[in-house]
Design a protein around this ligand. Sequence first.
Ligand code: SF4
Ligand code: SF4
Length: 189
Amino acid sequence: MSHTATLTEKDTLAFHLEKNIDVLARKCYQCGKCSAGCPVAGEMDFSPSMVMRLLQTETPANDEKTLRSYSIWLCLTCEMCLCRCPMEIDIPSVMDFLRQKSLKEKKVNPKARRIIAFHKSFLNSIKYTGRLFELGLTLDYKRRSLTLMQDVALAPRMISRGKLHFIPEIIKGRPQVAKIFKKTSKKEN
Ligand code: SF4
Ligand code: SF4
């Protein structure tokens, strides 16, 4: 029996990683270099090398732990782990894939809700104006994350220093940006 056939039967996260982003979790030999260089490993519930280990075990319980972990939402996609990995394992892409799957299967770690609210507000700002509109981002994020009054005292100072504008600047290439969003959302569905 071919290796691919065996993986298909298992239908594990490791199988989906291999199939969708061509990353082989089993190549990781747990040297720990990725975790040692990761700037947010200290805040994670599972360090990058631990995430790889969970994936390697290919058990439903560990797949579940991985999808419900906080780590996948903390990853900054800085690529430090990828630069350091002797096996060139693309952990940033793994984290990205796991985030999508976690969202799709409604397994998002409760601690990650504000991070997701920020992602959505940031992307909305780019989608509608073609660039970041800070005031729009802030208001949308506060609405989504239910943090309306948090840091509100900073607003007057930021406005007086020209950091928050009331009118968004709309770039010329906005239709092209809209097309990218349309294409991406089609792919996701
Ligand atoms: S650096 Fe690469 S091989 Fe080492 S633990 Fe991390 S993913 Fe595994
Ligand atoms: S890409 Fe993510 S996991 Fe890798 S070092 Fe950066 S923050 Fe850590």
